[in-house]
Design a protein around this ligand. Structure first.
Ligand code: URA
Length: 196
């Protein structure tokens, strides 16, 4: 079965999901979006209000910041597939409950399994935990590391952290981490070409 069919089946499984109480406050389930044949997958925390209304991840304020960081790192958004550790809107300032993340985790891993990215960048602590099941601080994961199935992972900060804390230095760190991802991407693509 081809990727798009597998993804559509996965979407169908979650479009009316009632596994956690976030189903009560969402407008819709915001499934991953982007290039399904990408090498780079980005995982955020959960849709914000704009994403909840539009049904696409990272199209609100955090999305604008992410777009400018990607531009700085010379990564095209259309090269990436973007999803979240939770598919449903979480009210601002509310920390995701462990049960919500657990309910959405097999979907996240199924999505990764279908997309088969070479590099995953997680944005923020919740995405890091959902992917790696560690409670480590983000800085420990900023260096590219191989995780399961030989996939590279870089854990960086969430763009919204710059909005909430007013610390714009965070944006430089995120850009630095995406530049590492870009370099890795170029190296992996170079190796692939060498093998052809
Ligand atoms: N923040 C996220 O983590 N994901 C989105 O889709 C939007 C904002």
């Amino acid at each position: 079965m081809i990727k798009i069919d597998k993804l559509n089946i996965l979407k169908q499984d979650y479009v009316n999901c009632h596994k956690c109480k976030l189903c009560e406050s969402r407008t819709q389930v915001v499934f991953g979006n982007g290039n399904i044949n990408c090498d780079l997958m980005i995982i955020g925390q959960s849709p914000g209000r704009t994403e909840d209304l539009e049904g696409i991840p990272f199209v609100g304020d955090a999305g604008q910041i992410l777009d400018s960081i990607l531009k700085e790192a010379k990564i095209y958004r259309k090269q990436c597939y973007i999803t979240n550790s939770l598919l449903c809107f979480v009210k601002p300032g509310i920390a995701p409950e462990t049960g919500w993340v657990a309910s959405c985790n097999s979907r996240l891993h199924a999505e990764i399994d279908i997309i088969k990215p070479k590099i995953i960048v997680t944005l923020g602590k919740n995405a890091l935990q959902a992917l790696t099941h560690t409670a480590d601080p983000i800085w420990r994961h900023r260096k590219p590391t191989k995780i399961f199935n030989g996939v590279w992972h870089i854990g960086t900060y969430h763009p919204s952290a710059a909005i909430y804390t007013g610390n714009t230095g965070i944006l430089d760190s995120i850009a630095e981490d995406f530049k590492k991802a870009k370099k890795l991407l170029s190296n992996l693509q170079f190796i692939k070409q060498e093998l052809i």
